[in-house]
Design a binder for this molecule. Structure first.
Ligand code: NDP
Ligand code: 1BO
Length: 322
């Protein structure tokens, strides 16, 4: 359920309550492929845009820049406790003894003492130096229970406030729920009108696991151009909003938090102006009816080896659930 709160600028900023009792701000800034511009984007988002939620990952290679942005924003008076910072455990670190050092490295890069949310980035372990696409032996077994115990220990030691997963299937979440002492607070998944992924959304809702929608605008290079989709454009014009705002709002109205990425100051500020209007039911249903449902982030280039396995197809990665 969404809760309305107000930032120090007086902007209405909704949040969702997690199973842990913490609140996750409904809109966060994505930082994948933000590189050296991440610092400026984070400062713009936090100081000018009223964002309180930043999403990064070790794999993005921009945690230092994100950390500098957070630090600069805190110099303007923002408090650490007002922020929600997410990072992710990369696939090369997916064995129990590597979890804590990986988190410590992430905290160091971000110059933070704790994370609000630490996520397993993908449920597949990669050999260090793995190629794209993977060669034989690059994709390894993943000790889900052992890794999750270590994630739980990080939460018990207050180094992370919440733990969760990304890119899981119902099959994998069911497996995790069998042994989890701490239920994942969040499942982060690709979701936009071109890939609704209703099955995962319903499963998570049933299990009170909050969903964060990644690539809410259809992602970047090689992604799906939803900004110029006819239905999105028609609804944006009708509501006097931008296509980006309609796409973000669609995710919020489904009960997910949403993490659009932008390096453009005007778009960063535009993407969060989504709290004082709604997409009418008829238009919401039109967005729910966009055909050609397809993942952008299918994981093929990172995890599929068509001849050596263990995953020989995209369907294998997603447990044949799509
Ligand atoms: P998004 O769906 O957020 O789209 C970003 C693209 O849209 C950029 O090219 C951006 O360009 C453009 N854009 C942003 N705002 C607007 C706007 N208002 N109008 C028009 N274009 C706009 O892509 P991402 O794939 O980056 O997803 C968002 C975040 O989700 C990531 O950055 C990352 O933090 C997270 N993520 C997590 C994954 C996981 O495995 N857990 C996988 C993928 C993403 P510009 O910068 O020029 O504005
Ligand atoms: C491979 C990383 C995708 C963005 O999270």
């Amino acid at each position: 359920m969404a809760h309305a709160t107000f930032t120090s600028e007086g902007q209405n900023m909704e949040s969702f309550r997690l199973l842990s009792g913490h609140k996750i701000p409904a809109v966060g800034l994505g930082t994948w492929r933000s590189g050296s511009q991440a610092t400026h984007a984070v400062v713009t988002a936090l100081v000018e845009g009223g964002y309180r939620h930043i999403d990064t990952a070790w794999e993005y290679g921009d945690q230092r820049e994100v950390g500098q942005g957070i630090k600069r924003a805190m110099h303007t008076g923002l408090e650490r406790r007002d922020l929600f910072v997410t990072s992710k455990l990369w696939c090369t670190e997916l064995s129990p003894e590597r979890v804590r050092p990986a988190l410590q490295n992430t905290l160091k890069e971000l110059q933070l003492e704790y994370l609000d949310l630490y996520l397993i980035h993908w449920p597949f372990r990669l050999r260090e130096g793995a190629s794209k696409p993977p060669k034989a032996g690059d994709v390894l077994d993943f000790d889900m229970e052992g890794v999750w115990r270590e994630m739980e220990n990080l939460a018990k030691d207050n180094l992370v406030r919440n733990i969760g997963v990304c890119n899981f299937t119902v099959t994998k979440l069911n497996k995790l729920l069998e042994f989890a002492e701490l239920i994942p607070s969040v499942c982060q998944m690709e979701m936009h009108p071109g890939w609704r992924n209703d099955t995962m959304l319903e499963f998570c809702k049933k299990n009170e696991i909050h969903v964060t929608a990644y690539s809410p605008l259809g992602s970047q290079e090689g992604g799906r151009d939803l900004i110029h989709d006819q239905t999105v454009d028609r609804i944006a014009k009708k509501l006097n909003k931008t296509p980006g705002q309609v796409l973000v709002k669609w995710g919020l109205q489904r009960g997910t938090s949403v993490i659009p990425k932008s390096l453009n100051p005007e778009r960063i500020k535009e993407n969060i102006k989504v709290f004082d209007w709604v997409i009418p039911e008829k238009d919401f249903q039109a967005l729910n009816s966009i055909t050609d449902q397809k993942r952008v982030m299918d994981g093929e280039d990172i995890f599929v080896n068509k001849t050596e396995g263990p995953f020989r197809s995209v369907a294998d990665l997603w447990d044949h659930e799509d």
